[in-house]
Design a protein around this ligand. Structure first.
Ligand SMILES: [Zn+2]
Length: 316
């Protein structure tokens, strides 16, 4: 059933013992004081959206499982993660199969609360590409879905959740306007992007950018590019006039370096890598979803030789 060395069975066994010792009802919605809502979010992005929706509402805790610069596709939950999940009332997930590890984690933790799948109502691109948040309008829809789900879970706090979601949606709309106006100022045939793995298809579709290709030709950041795929991408980069190749903050820059060298173009990595599957660490440009988008778009514009307009003050 498990396809690779995986710590979950051992963790699960340990967890059951912990649970047996201290939580006779098996965790879930019945735990905690009245009015207490324990929310667990999987990815850094849905974690950020959930915290925006909750704001400073009293009696709601948000625990985010995936930490900055970790893969969202393959993730090994810790004992602490499973404990938090087992005690949660609500689980917020990205969905579209991004969290490949989730089914095992849910069964190991005994989670029996409500799940909010943030992909609800979003048009999924061909092949089931899970990187929906890269289009800001999808991020807004995800925020609304999270607010509706939390309101269902705790109806007496619905007004707070909806007000916070509306305020954040306003910022996201401003962000989308900033991206669109800046990208539109660049001639369409120069709006080209090559990134590490296939994480930006929603982004490029939303802002009319041509996605020339990804170094790892897969949604999964663990896959390896074949020599033939590398040759094809190098040829495509030369043929289309791509000026730079982007690495992603949560992925090794090695393959991006190789391809950029072979194609004779610049590579953006390290501090200048794009935030894709993970937001950045606290204090970095990409610590929030809005900050990560501003970082990515600024660097992409620079790679095209364009100078971005000032970022609206309330997005900084
Ligand atoms: Zn990915």
């Amino acid at each position: 059933m498990l396809r690779k060395p995986f710590v979950l069975p051992a963790l699960a066994a340990a967890f059951v013992l912990i649970l047996a010792g201290c939580a006779p009802f098996g965790g879930g919605a019945e735990s905690g004081a009245a009015g207490d809502l324990k929310v667990v979010a999987t990815t850094t992005q849905v974690g950020d959206f959930t915290r925006r929706v909750v704001g400073d509402t009293a009696g709601v805790s948000v625990t985010q499982l995936i930490q900055p610069n970790q893969s969202a596709h393959s993730y090994d939950p810790s004992v602490a993660d499973l404990t938090a999940l087992g005690e949660a009332d609500v689980l917020v997930i990205n969905g579209v199969g991004l969290e490949e590890w989730l089914t095992d984690a849910i069964s190991a933790s005994g989670f029996d609360g409500a799940t909010i799948s943030a992909d609800t109502g979003i048009d999924i691109l061909e092949g089931g590409n899970p990187h929906i948040w890269t289009d800001v309008s999808n991020a807004e829809a995800m925020t609304r879905t999270i607010a509706a789900g939390l309101s269902d879970a705790q109806p007496n706090l619905a007004a707070d959740f909806e007000a916070n979601a509306a305020a954040y949606s306003g910022k996201l709309a401003e962000l989308a306007d900033w991206i669109t106006s800046n990208v539109d100022a660049v001639p369409a045939d120069q709006r080209l992007l090559v990134s590490n793995h296939d994480a930006f298809s929603y982004f490029t579709a939303a802002y009319d950018i041509t996605y020339v290709g990804s170094i790892i030709p897969s949604f999964d950041d663990n896959a390896e590019p074949s020599a033939a795929k590398i040759d094809k991408l190098v040829a495509d980069i030369k043929a289309t006039g791509v000026k730079a190749v982007f690495s992603e903050a949560s992925i090794s820059p090695k393959a991006a370096d190789t391809i950029a060298r072979e194609a004779g173009v610049a590579v953006y990595s390290g501090q200048d890598a794009l935030y894709s599957d993970s937001l950045g660490a606290k204090g970095s440009d990409g610590a929030t979803y809005i900050g990560a988008q501003v970082h990515n778009v600024t660097l992409i514009l620079e790679s095209w030789g364009a100078t971005p307009t000032a970022v609206p003050a309330d997005l900084r």
